[in-house]
Design a protein. Sequence first.
Lengths: 200, 200
Amino acid sequence: MSDCIEFWFEFGSTYSYLSAMRVESVAKDEGVTIKWKPFLLGPIFKDQGWDTSPFNIYPIKGRYMWRDIERLCEKYGIAFKKPSVFPRNSLLAARISCIAQDEGWCAEFSRAVFFANFAEDREISDPETINEIVDSIGRDGPKLIAQTKLPEIKNLLRNQTEEAMNRGIFGAPTFIVESELFWGNDRLGDAIEWYKLKVN
Amino acid sequence: MSDCIEFWFEFGSTYSYLSAMRVESVAKDEGVTIKWKPFLLGPIFKDQGWDTSPFNIYPIKGRYMWRDIERLCEKYGIAFKKPSVFPRNSLLAARISCIAQDEGWCAEFSRAVFFANFAEDREISDPETINEIVDSIGRDGPKLIAQTKLPEIKNLLRNQTEEAMNRGIFGAPTFIVESELFWGNDRLGDAIEWYKLKVN
């Protein structure tokens, strides 16, 4: 039996941003625990033959997405500034997020990275930005950034991305309750409902 | 000012089925009028370089979709039997649906076609199936099927599909409130909310 809902996210993903900024408060209201699971969409998109976000490959879909995100941020009361680079490379942030996952500060760090990318238009692939974010939550930036170069840390993220693939994830965010996948920010409510009905 | 929500749908689309079977009752509860707008996804997918549904092109996404549809049908209390052909050719049904649109029986006819495709696994591209459906709602099957060969009827659907493209539709179902698009069955609630807040 599962005791949580897994929240699989990618720092470059706009809809992951929407979920990251509200998942903890929604879950708290419902008495559910969230397990944050960072992964990379790049290798998964590559398997589908894409070298960038489908929102760039299909411009009509892209235009819709940006309008939709703006509208949903207004609805949820979430700050938004359209990033000047999309999607941003999330490798460094995702590696640190994996370390944070094991140490219990993943939600706090990840929200700050999402905010930098989607509310402040900051370059989250730049170590300087990540250093400032890590510092702002009271952690040791230079030490953590150095750790991301270690093979065992690289493997944390690599294995988690592989796990995402093996479990049938093809986009972000994806919520998982045991073996049930719920794809997309829209489906957080359904994931919680499923958890309460079928698991608890 | 708009006096309705436009419901753009495609008979071959699984998520259109979910919306078609519940849109009228949801709208009635909210005091909103729905305008049914059949169109073809084929030409729009072709523009994106696809010769079939993306759920067939990307099997991982396809597997998720079938599980999701099953789960959502259970949630909504909608009958479901996985069609043995997917997506089915919707040309004939969509042409008759365009005639029905002008004559005020589009919702009734379209729901019956969706039901045949997704609850009874019947071949909706077969004139015999369509004939039976039309007959079951008290309309003249042979006459309507003959009409679908007239240039002016072919143009009704062609123009509506072109309108879909021009308005930025890239998938089905899409709800439109004035110029605002809401893509996907999940977004019916948002479309209604938008209508009530911004239009009325």
